[in-house]
Ligand binder design. Structure first.
Ligand SMILES: C[S@@+](CC[C@H](N)C(=O)[O-])C[C@H]1O[C@@H](n2cnc3c(N)ncnc32)[C@H](O)[C@@H]1O
Length: 204
């Protein structure tokens, strides 16, 4: 098996995504150390986001902010597929080397921004057309900050907020609040084989 074989990377939604077993990922991990808030791999609910955005495509060249980006494949997908101008935000700086490597191998450029999403102000958000995120609400302590971020984004005039999740109760709480207070749409989403991913997509 070569390092480009299926044991080491996957091809999906027009992107090459390296697995933890890939030699480049092992090298980067030695250089950066361990991720601290679960940004240690590509999480599959990003496939829900990609598939949903193909069904409901944004205009080309929008300014997109991906929050809790981890390896950043959601934003990289938007840059590659929709020519989006992407900024990828994460609280954990160790994820950015993995993001930059994926941006390089997929032939796109993405800006990075180290910040907690709690610290992103309405003034910051007003610079973006769309906010995206995948699997960013997995602790109870994240429910209020994520809902507040979505609300600030809408107050700032962000046209679309699209979030995906494998179906955690914490994300369900955010979604219900967005439905009750921000007129959001929330639906089950399934990505068929070979990616086989199910979960939820919230659009506000
Ligand atoms: C489960 S990972 C998901 C990563 C990526 N979105 C994906 O689907 O592959 C959660 C990511 O959110 C980041 N994160 C967690 N809490 C955060 C916060 N308050 N502000 C910004 N990033 C945060 C973590 O560092 C991690 O990279």
């Amino acid at each position: 098996m070569t390092v480009n074989g299926a044991a080491y990377c996957r091809e999906a939604f027009g992107l090459t995504i390296l697995k933890n077993s890939h030699k480049d990922i092992r090298r980067l991990r030695q250089q950066t150390g361990a991720a601290t808030i679960h940004g240690n791999k590509f999480w599959k609910s990003t496939f829900l986001l990609m598939d949903y955005l193909l069904e409901t495509p944004p205009k080309k060249r929008l300014k997109v902010l991906e929050v809790g980006c981890g390896w950043g494949l959601g934003g990289i997908f938007c840059a590659k597929t929709f020519a989006a101008r992407v900024t990828a935000l994460d609280a954990d700086a160790s994820v950015f080397a993995f993001l930059q490597h994926h941006a390089d191998i997929n032939g796109v450029k993405v800006e990075t921004w180290r910040s907690r999403y709690e610290k992103v102000t309405r003034a910051h958000l007003s610079e973006f057309d769309m906010l995206i995120g995948a699997d960013i609400c997995f602790w109870d302590s994240m429910v209020d900050p994520l809902y507040n971020l979505v609300r600030r984004a809408k107050q700032a005039g962000v046209g679309r907020v699209v979030l995906s999740d494998p179906g955690r109760p914490t994300f369900g709480k955010v979604a219900q609040r967005c439905i009750d207070k921000l007129d959001a749409d929330y639906q089950m989403w399934h990505v068929a084989a070979p990616h086989n991913t199910s979960g939820l997509v919230l659009e506000v």
